[in-house]
Design a protein around this ligand. Sequence first.
Ligand code: NAD
Length: 255
Amino acid sequence: MMQPAESFDPARDSAMTCLVTGAGSGIGRAIALAFARERAHVIVNDLPSSAALYELREDIEALGARCTIAAGDVADPECVRQLFAGIEWLDVLVNNAGILQESPVTEITDAAWDRMIKVHLYGAFHFSREAARLMKQQRHGAIVNIASDLGQLGCENLSHYSAAKGGIIAFTKSLARELAPHGARVNAVAPGGVLTPMVEALGDRYVEAEAARYPLKRLGTPDEIAEVVRFLSSDAASFMTGQIVGVNGGGVMNG
Ligand code: NAD
């Protein structure tokens, strides 16, 4: 059960409020800490089983920022509704929570396909739907979705993951068009391979092969993704919406 986030009073707390899903590990953790360095009030989400959120809260508070834990499964719409019941103002939403599972298409079960789409695509939808309601009232806000270069390129043995990320890219562009008249911006970051527990779990050989396919011949770091997310969330990116920003060592070159 997701706990309602503690209510935000703009008069009491003038710092911006940023919500990051899947913040307990890897890229999400780095994004949460990047917002904390800006003294934002950071609302951090991950699965209820994630003890990592408590450690993250200590790290955020050590940076002098406020942190609220909002644990829950992003795939559960009722959980997400309850979480938003406690939020009166939201400057930034980052849809980052994700899972990875390698499997040939012939071996993907209906349940595995469902879970992949539910966590990535429904998760981003559930949070964006609630955030959009607030941002339309506020006439202000930024949403950043974490897609993947695999949503652009496709990938063997990751067809469900790649399909989910391709869906997030189309969702980003649609939402950007819909919210632009209401003063809110929506962009996505499409990382290439980033050294996080998600990728480390696939083993050293996978990591080496991944690094070799990028012109820069290495994987990215979570901080390299977080920095671009921070930029897209900020007023410095005030003329950017509907963009899919590749942070991928040159693995995809658009334009
Ligand atoms: P990670 O496994 O280190 O972190 C993902 C976090 O999401 C975990 O803390 C996990 O508990 C959480 N999570 C998973 N399911 C959840 C759910 N249902 N509800 C709430 N939280 C949930 O992985 P990461 O590499 O940091 O990935 C973060 C995002 O970046 C994901 O969307 C991933 O697809 C994307 N991405 C990663 C890479 C990469 O190479 N690492 C590349 C491109 C995109």
